[in-house]
Each structure stands twice: as structure tokens, then as C-alpha cells.
Write a protein of this length. Structure first.
Length: 112
């Protein structure tokens, strides 16, 4: 679920994952633009308890790609917007920031 926040200067995202009818993962993210760094940012917290992850990056056309340096490597999240009500989402992980492996991939649409 995505909601406009701070009078349009941020976007808050609440994520919930369920398996076999039971929720097994929750997360909260806040997207914003940092004018000083000239970068989009995502501050992310989740039920895995790893602390705050801060992703940074840019748009290239209709694709937003944000990267985060983590204690055990890197994580990269990509949103490819395919119209006003649909996006493709990809999370990749890397030990060195050069070679990436897909961790999560999905299609998301606006609920009516």
C-alpha cells in the first residue's frame, strides 16, 4: 500500500507478505527526494529486524533504481513504471556491487 505523505514531498509504503494464509513479513518504507544529494532515497524498516536500510538512486526514464550498502553486501531495488496504475518490482543482492542476483520479483497494480 502506497500513500502520499508530507503534502506530496514523500511517499509512505506499507508492505505485507502472506504465505499459506498467514502474514510472515511486514515492512515500512518512506520515499523522498534529497535536493542536497540530488538523489531519490528510500528509508526502509522491516520485520527481519536488521535496522534502517537507506537506498539511494535515480530515475532513468520510467525506471527508478535505488541501491543500499549493507553489512554483508549490497541490495538494489528497481521499480519500472508501466502506465499510471502498474509497476514491475525487482530486488537484487550482490556481494561486491558488480554481479547481481534476483531475490524478489513481482508485478503490482493499483487496487480499484
Amino acid at each position: 500500500e502506497n500513500k502520499i505523505a508530507a503534502d506530496g514531498f514523500a511517499l509512505a509504503q506499507d508492505y505485507e507478505q502472506a504465505r499459506d494464509g498467514a502474514v510472515n513479513f511486514r515492512a515500512h518504507g518512506v520515499f523522498s527526494y534529497d535536493a542536497l544529494e540530488k538523489s531519490y532515497m528510500l528509508h526502509w524498516w522491516d520485520s527481519m529486524g536488521m535496522g534502517t536500510a537507506i537506498f539511494k538512486g535515480h530515475f532513468e526514464g520510467d525506471k527508478l533504481q535505488l541501491t543500499c550498502a549493507l553489512p554483508k553486501g549490497f541490495s538494489r531495488a528497481t521499480w519500472e513504471f508501466r502506465g499510471a496504475s502498474h509497476y514491475h518490482f525487482l530486488i537484487e543482492i550482490s556481494g561486491d556491487g558488480q554481479q547481481w542476483n534476483t531475490m524478489i520479483e513481482g508485478e503490482y497494480s493499483r487496487a480499484s
